[in-house]
Structures are given as C-alpha cells and as structure tokens.
Ligand binder design. Structure first.
Ligand code: ZN
Length: 416
C-alpha cells in the first residue's frame, strides 16, 4: 500500500507520488524562513521526482525499456520554460539526446556538463518510477545512476537563467550510456562541432560519493572459439574434444591475472584485472563437443598499451594451440572502451575547492567521460553519494545531491 507525504517523521517511508505537490508539502510542514532556505532543495527533488517518474530504461538492455524520447522531451521543455535555447537530437525514433546552452560573460570559455538519461532494467522492483523517501535516502530507479546528476544540471540551468554566468554552460543529456554510448558518440559528432570553442572541461555527474573522479578504468572484451569434431560419447577416439583445451586457456588467464596483481598499482584505480565472464560449448552430455567459446573481460588502467592486450590474447591462443588434441582455435578482441585520466592541475583544484576540499578518487566503473576526454575535452566525474547502482535498492542521498549542486554552482561562479 502506498503512503503519501508522511513528512512528519523523516524515518518513515514516504512516497513522493504527486510531484507537483512536493513543494507545497514542504511549505506546509516547515516554518516559512526555513522553507526559503530549503527552496532550492525542494526544487531539485521535484526535478528528480519528475525524471524518475518517466520510464527511461535502456531498451537494448530489457524489453521494458522505453528509451530516452519522453525524458529527453521533458528535459527540453524545462529549458524552454526557462527561455534557454535547447535542442532534442534524434538518434533513432525512441532514442535522443537533449542539449541546452547558456552564453556566459566569457562566451568561448565553455564548461560541458553531462548526464545520461537512460537507466538499467527494473526487474524485481515494486515501484521503480516513484521516488520513496527514507530519511535522507531517496529510492527509485535511476536516482543514483544518474538522474540526480541530471536534476543538478536542471537546477543549475534554473539558477543561471536568472543570474549571469561568467562562463558559457553547455548542458548535455545523452542516451545509451548504459549500453553502447550511442548518445555520447552522437553528441561528439553532431553537437560538439556547433560550439564556438572546445569546452575546457567536462564534468560528468555520475555518482562519485562527492569525490573528484579524475580517472576511471577502461575495459576490453576478448573471445576465443575452439573447434573440434563431434562423435558419440562412447567413441571419443572418433572425435576431437573442443572443451578439454579450455582448461589451458583458463590456466593461462589465471597466470596473466596473477601477473597483473604483481604490477604497481595506479594511484587511484589500484590494479588492472581480468575475469572469464562467459563459457559455452557442446550440444549434449553424451556427445564429444565439437565447439566451445570462452569470453573474458580485461579492466584496463590508463597507460596500458594495445600491444600489451594483444600479447595477452596471443598467449591464451598459444596455450590452447599447445594443448593436446587436433582442435583449431581462433581468438579476437570483441570490444574496447578506453580508460580515462585527467591531470591534476589548477582547474581541478579549483573544483576541489568549490566542493569544500573533497578528495580525488578513481572510479572502478567505465563512463562516457572517457570518450569526451579522447575527443579533446578533459573530463572528470563528480556526483552525489548513494547506493545500489543497477540494483533493486537504488538510492541517492538528498543532502549529497544538494552538496553537489552547491559545489557546481560555486565552481562556475568562481570564474568571475
Ligand atoms: Zn551511470
């Protein structure tokens, strides 16, 4: 049963269902001076509530996914309502990016802000599109990863529509970060060239627990296919077993993994890692398997070369070739996303100061920021605290949401 608006106790679960009413509830429960102070906070929650309410599940990840069209149009409407030039960029019928631009006193000094509009699936969640409050925690799909970051951009747009910004602000909301980054690739190709100058910094408001995320890992996917010959299970000598040689591949991967663990750790990202993620082969228990496949993922650190990765793949192929039997083996790199690292400089220190001296950190996960950095915009991650990204108990901290908004606002104003 849904409870609405139980704001008397912050420890009770509160469903913020009718978002239009949120502001008035805060008003009715708080003394007016306090409400004035908390006004912005209410606004951010209102934006977040609206964003969460719209199904923006990535349709390539689950059949429930509706894509970014509706949420992209909603964000576009927000900017239009503030009189800020905005555009919806169609990728496919149900997929789009939304951008907006505020011209600052120094028009060619452009800060790029970014959030992804898509979320992961909602399987196992009772009411994923309704924000539920438990104290400081705001539950709901996408609250943490990363509609809160999108709400911060909307709040900043509101503020800087009324207060002149010292620098230009490019607000960007993209599709498909959770899968293949169709949105980010489209943005870099179609939106970036329309700007008068390359942005001097990109801030991607992924959840970082308020740390300044100056680096994150990349990843590369590999696959080997082993071919043998099928035969009756009672006559293995008539076939070629394609599964036995997998043990050589796995042993070699373990060896490489051990070697990676011996390497010097990255200051913020620790060690590079790998793991076998999928294994398949054979057709029946009583049949000598004629085919098998092994897929592994390698999480990469800034500075690791393609030659090093190629070398690892070749080692696994060689190990399988050298295993006994007349099987054939083929291997390939299936997919690759680069790691990201931005140098600590005065600019990053300025953000750190605006954020109240938050620490630097590296993120274990991959994000679109790597693609922006590769396109010439040094890009970092900075976003709120919370828990449960991609899990059913996803929440973002309301206090942290506000902290990040304030930090971003202060950072922009510090260019005055
Ligand atoms: Zn994310």
């Amino acid at each position: 049963m849904r409870q609405n608006y139980l704001l008397e106790s912050t420890h009770e679960l509160i469903y913020i269902h009718d978002h239009q009413a949120v502001a008035s509830i805060f008003q009715s429960h708080l003394p007016s001076a306090q409400y004035e102070a908390g006004k912005l906070q209410d606004q951010l929650i209102q934006y977040l509530t609206e964003l969460v309410k719209i199904n923006s599940v990535n349709p390539d990840l689950t059949p429930y996914g509706q894509g970014e069209r509706e949420i992209g149009e909603y964000v576009h409407g927000h900017f239009q309502g503030l009189g800020i030039p905005s555009e919806v960029h169609t990728i496919t019928e149900d997929r789009c990016n939304t951008t907006a631009f505020i011209r600052g006193n120094n028009p060619d000094k452009i800060l790029l802000m970014n959030g992804h509009l898509d979320t992961v699936g909602i399987e196992g969640m009772d009411d994923p599109f309704t924000i539920m409050r438990d104290g400081d925690k705001l539950y709901g799909r996408g609250t943490y990863d990363m509609l809160a970051g999108c709400a911060i951009q909307m709040g900043l747009a509101n503020y800087f529509s009324k207060n002149k910004s010292p620098i230009s602000l490019a607000f960007t909301f993209v599709a498909d970060e959770e899968n293949l980054s169709l949105g980010m690739e489209h943005l870099l190709k179609h939106f970036l060239p329309t700007l008068s100058a390359l942005p001097f910094l990109g801030i991607f408001m992924e959840p970082t627990e308020e740390a300044i995320g100056i680096s994150h890992k990349g990843y590369t996917w590999f696959e080997i296919n082993i071919e043998g010959l099928a035969a009756h299970g009672s006559r293995p000598e008539e076939g070629i077993n394609a599964i036995f040689p997998l043990s050589s591949a796995l042993k070699e991967l373990e060896k490489i993994s051990d070697e990676l663990a011996q390497e010097d750790p990255h200051a913020y990202l620790g060690k590079a890692t790998l793991h076998p993620g999928m294994i398949s082969g054979g057709t029946a228990q009583s049949v000598i398997a004629a085919q098998s496949t092994l897929n592994w993922e390698r999480r990469t650190l800034p500075g690791e070369s393609q030659e090093k990765l190629d070398g690892e793949l070749n080692r696994v192929i060689e190990a399988v070739k050298n295993a006994s039997g007349n099987h054939h083996v083929r291997g390939r790199q299936v997919y690759h996303r680069p790691p990201n690292e931005v140098k600590d400089d005065l600019l990053i220190q300025k953000l750190q100061k605006a954020a109240g001296g938050k620490r630097y950190n590296g993120m274990s996960y991959w994000a679109d920021s790597a693609l922006a950095t590769r396109a010439g915009i040094p890009s970092i991650l900075f976003g709120p605290a919370g828990h449960g990204a991609h899990a059913i108990n996803e929440w973002v901290s309301e206090k942290s949401l506000n902290n990040c908004y304030e930090a971003m606002k202060n950072f922009i104003l510090s260019f005055d």
